[in-house]
Design a binder for this molecule. Structure first.
Ligand code: NDP
Length: 256
């Protein structure tokens, strides 16, 4: 799986899964743009990844991807670096369900979830659409097993699962649209992935044990598991793989 140095964009690339993905591409010798809202964190993450890769290939760009003007600004900076070979829409979050009751709070919480988990990807992709490498470009959406299983119980109201499932519908259409240009679009839906911020504070031993019990392989996923899958989907070898929803969940969606 050897690719010439490419330009890769990873949203949410300073932390957790995104960081593992960005680090894997940087180690492969690619130039990697990482995007997030926390600029100092981004700068530090880029420095650490550059040190590990022994190069200056990771470039931090601060932007709130729910804000169209900030997305445009980020896309203009990316355009200065060249055409985008790989875009990984990884930014996302599980929104804590509202403490207050009432439809107003419910609507606000759902809108927020859709903004962070769906609109970020839609805006960044559209801003970069004309700047994708044709043929050969690769789009990867980081979704969640919650979109396949339904989001309920301890960690999420239905809005997270619904936002990720909406990502699927949109991305599958994009695969149709971009296939003739030689661009692949795939959706990677991880199950429980340990050691990221998304479940921080919630990941009690009981919570983790329940997540592991859901799997067939008896262990949680890691950011490195996700990075390895993204690396393949984004590789030159994966040109025949498009329009797929790929579960990466240790068999968790099958149930026991
Ligand atoms: P993290 O909280 O570590 O990563 C989320 C990243 O998204 C952060 O870097 C955050 O940076 C960025 N982000 C959030 N909102 C915005 C925004 N408005 N604009 C720009 N960047 C934003 O959690 P994970 O690594 O776990 O999550 C990464 C992805 O994986 C998410 O899409 C998540 O839904 C998905 N996922 C995670 C699973 C898990 O078990 N961990 C399971 C299934 C899916 P900042 O706050 O600085 O903006």
């Amino acid at each position: 799986m050897i690719n010439a140095s490419r330009l890769v964009v990873v949203s949410g690339g300073a932390t957790g899964i995104g960081r593992a993905i960005a680090g894997a591409f940087a180690t492969d010798g690619d130039r990697v743009v990482i995007i997030g809202r926390r600029e100092e964190l981004l700068r530090q993450a880029a420095e650490e990844m550059n040190r590990a890769a022994g190069s200056a290939s990771v470039i931090p760009i601060g932007a709130d991807l729910t804000e169209p003007s900030e997305v445009e600004r980020a896309a203009d900076r990316i355009a200065e670096l060249g055409t985008v070979d790989v875009l990984v829409n990884n930014a996302g979050a599980i929104i804590t369900p509202p403490a207050e009751s009432g439809l107003g709070a419910l609507a606000a919480s759902w809108r927020h979830d859709l903004e962070i988990n769906l609109i970020t990807a839609v805006l960044l992709t559209n801003a970069l659409l004309d700047r994708l490498t044709r043929p050969g470009g690769r789009l990867v959406m980081i979704s969640s097993a919650a979109a396949q299983r339904g989001g309920a119980g301890s960690h999420s109201a239905g809005s997270y699962a619904a936002a990720k499932a909406a990502l699927h519908g949109w991305a599958l259409g994009l695969a149709r649209q971009l296939g003739p240009d030689g661009i692949t679009v795939n959706i990677l839906a991880p199950g429980y992935i340990q050691d990221t911020d998304i479940f921080r504070g919630q990941d009690t031993p009981e919570f983790v044990a329940a997540k592991i019990a859901d799997t067939l392989v008896g262990r949680p996923g890691t950011p490195a598991d996700v990075a390895a899958a993204v690396r393949y989907i984004a590789s030159a070898d994966a040109g025949y793989l498009t329009g797929q929803i790929i579960g990466l969940n240790g068999g968790a969606v099958l149930g026991r």
